[in-house]
Design a protein around this ligand. Structure first.
Ligand code: NAP
Length: 545
């Protein structure tokens, strides 16, 4: 619960979102003496892990790595029950962090920031919430996450459907029972693939509506062993230091060899071995899977053959075999028994690749000319990623310029952290940052440290305003695209490209040169006197304030 004490209406910083970014920002600001308030639309902390409590929700980064590294005691004392954590365990961890560092007093729950307008004359941001509260701050930080605006496609007849409706990213807090029910799941991305096997076990009948098939790798999750946890905890600080400079912000074994430089037999042996190990290791089987289509094809075909060997009905197996994009160019899914689920009597796969769902009806939906009736429909249809949450706030910078207007042809940032014309506004894991292309918590810590250290620098130097130069921003936007187009990523209609939202500009949003190289670039930027940023000193007329 947030503090009931009267909260100040003027602070150094306002933060939107009490997920992993918001919590660490608050911790650093408290230590460094910046006053802060944080607004969170949920009635608890944890962000993504607060909202995504659908059946089977689990992280695809190992627990020992998907956790904060900023405090040695925290990482030594916390116990993760499983190798890959379930949503409830990650949420418990977020709550533990909020309590352990006494951060709740800064957080106003169940409150959305509606607008934030920059006042150029006073050099402050005026923030307004949906409860009508107004707060003035020098720094405004959007920390609302990359995949936090759930999207239900605008199906014809959506409002007509009278049965139960759920979106995985907005799951009820009360238990949901599918026992004895006819259930539909629409969507087979990372989320659908986790939820489907769990729902199938409970429902009387499950129909899965698949538009494009996806590649999924077995998670091979297991209970955490004392030995494994200790192998991390001994020398955790050194391991974290190494992780920070890895391409994905995590430690995993990458085989630095082309898939085309080994014999067919050896290639299959390596894939087989990595398939047995499960998830994280799989894409690291060779070094050119994401840059060379011929190399990629060998891995894609290996996975398709696995699907054909698991799924008994050959027609269903073929529909489940992904053919629309190279493997890894959409987030690779991890699963626990996903393909096996289609061998169950009560599960049906509905291929909607050729014709979209026609409409929803009072009792279900119509697809492929057939009428389906359901007691519950689960939308696992993803998010208006990376920009949706930023656009939910009416953000206006210099001269009243709306962020939505500035980014109408696609997001524009410098380092994914700031955008020109919006002074003193930071974005944590914004478009143009490595964000979703690595271990999120690692990248979050890097961003938070850089932002906080920049604010400390400004305080020491008597600087009042920071803003990226337009030239630096333009160059960064071009660089992000250039790096992406050297890979196979743009060949997929993915949410990375904005392709999942009709009408959204197509542009590769995350920065994929690697977490480690991004960190080095940021270090160079700072060392070169904040190359690409411009500062303004405190104005004389404000000096007395
Ligand atoms: P997603 O990857 O965008 O998948 C959405 C699914 O809904 C796709 O199968 C998509 O089909 C389908 N869909 C969308 N609109 C549709 C329509 N109008 N008709 C029929 N089908 C439609 O979303 P997500 O699965 O929620 O995953 C989003 C991201 O969250 C992941 O990529 C990952 O980064 C993260 N995530 C991570 C984990 C983890 O750590 N394990 C778990 C879950 C999610 P198409 O493919 O044809 O567009």
């Amino acid at each position: 619960m947030s503090s009931s004490a009267i909260q100040p209406s003027t602070v150094d910083v306002v933060i939107v979102g009490a997920g992993f970014s918001g919590l660490y920002l608050l911790h650093r600001f408290e230590k460094e003496g910046f006053s802060a308030r944080c607004f969170e639309r949920g009635d608890g902390v944890g962000g993504t892990w607060y909202w995504n409590r659908y059946p089977g929700a689990r992280c695809d980064v190992e627990s020992m790595q998907y956790s904060y590294g900023f405090n040695e005691d925290l990482q030594q004392e916390w116990h993760w029950p499983e190798k890959f954590s379930a949503q409830a365990d990650i949420l418990a961890y977020a709550n533990h962090v909020a309590d352990r560092f006494d951060l709740r007093k800064y957080i106003t729950l169940e409150t959305e920031v509606r607008a934030s307008h920059y006042d150029e004359a006073a050099r402050v941001w005026h923030v307004e919430t949906d409860k009508g509260e107004k707060v003035t701050c020098k720094y405004f930080i959007m920390a609302g996450g990359c995949i936090s605006t759930a999207q239900v496609p605008k199906f014809e007849g959506l409002a007509d459907y009278k049965g139960e409706k759920y979106h995985t990213g907005n799951w009820p807090h009360e238990p949901v029972s599918f026992k004895g029910k006819r259930v539909a799941v629409i969507g087979t991305g990372s989320t659908g693939i986790q939820a489907i096997p769990v729902i199938a076990e409970e429902a009387a009948h499950l129909a899965v509506f698949q538009r494009q098939a996806n590649y999924s790798i077995p998670a091979r999750n297991m209970p955490m062993t004392e030995d494994y946890a200790t192998s991390w905890k001994d020398g955790y600080a050194e391991k974290r230091a190494e992780m920070r400079y890895q391409p994905n912000g995590m430690l995993r074994e990458v085989n630095d060899v082309s898939a085309l430089d080994v014999s067919e037999e050896k290639r299959q042996r390596i894939y087989e071995q990595r398939w047995k190990e499960g998830t994280g290791a799989f894409l690291g089987a060779f070094n050119d899977i994401l840059t060379n289509k011929a190399a990629n094809d060998t891995m894609a075909e290996f996975v398709r053959n696995k699907i054909r060997s698991i799924v008994k009905d050959p027609v269903t197996a073929e529909i489940l075999c992904p053919k629309t994009h190279p493997i890894g160019t959409k987030r690779i899914c991890i699963d626990s028994g996903y393909y096996q689920t289609f061998n169950r009597e009560n599960v049906e796969l509905v291929d909607i690749s050729q014709k979209p769902i026609e409409r929803l009806t009072e009792k279900g939906l119509v697809a492929n000319g057939r009428e389906f009736e359901f007691d519950a429909i689960v939308f696992a249809t993803g998010f208006d990623a990376m920009t949706g949450t930023l656009f939910n706030v009416d953000i206006r910078g210099r001269d009243g310029l709306a962020l939505k207007k500035k980014w109408e042809a696609g997001p524009r940032t410098y380092l994914g952290l700031m955008t020109e014309s919006f002074p003193n506004m930071f974005i944590i894991t914004g478009p143009g940052s490595p964000s979703v292309k690595g271990n999120m918590i690692n990248t979050i810590e890097q961003h938070v440290d850089m932002v906080t250290d920049t604010m400390i620098h400004m305080r020491k130097q008597g600087l009042d305003l920071i803003e990226p130069a337009l030239k630096a921003e333009d160059e960064w936007v071009d660089h992000v695209q250039e790096v992406a187009y050297k890979t196979l990523f743009p060949q997929a209609n993915s949410w990375y490209m904005g392709a999942n939202i009709p009408g959204k500009p197509r542009l590769f949003m995350p920065y994929i040169a690697g977490v480690g190289s991004y960190r080095r670039t940021c270090e160079d930027v700072v060392a070169e006197n904040y190359r690409g940023f411009r500062f303004e000193a405190k104005r004389q007329d404000m000096a007395a304030e």
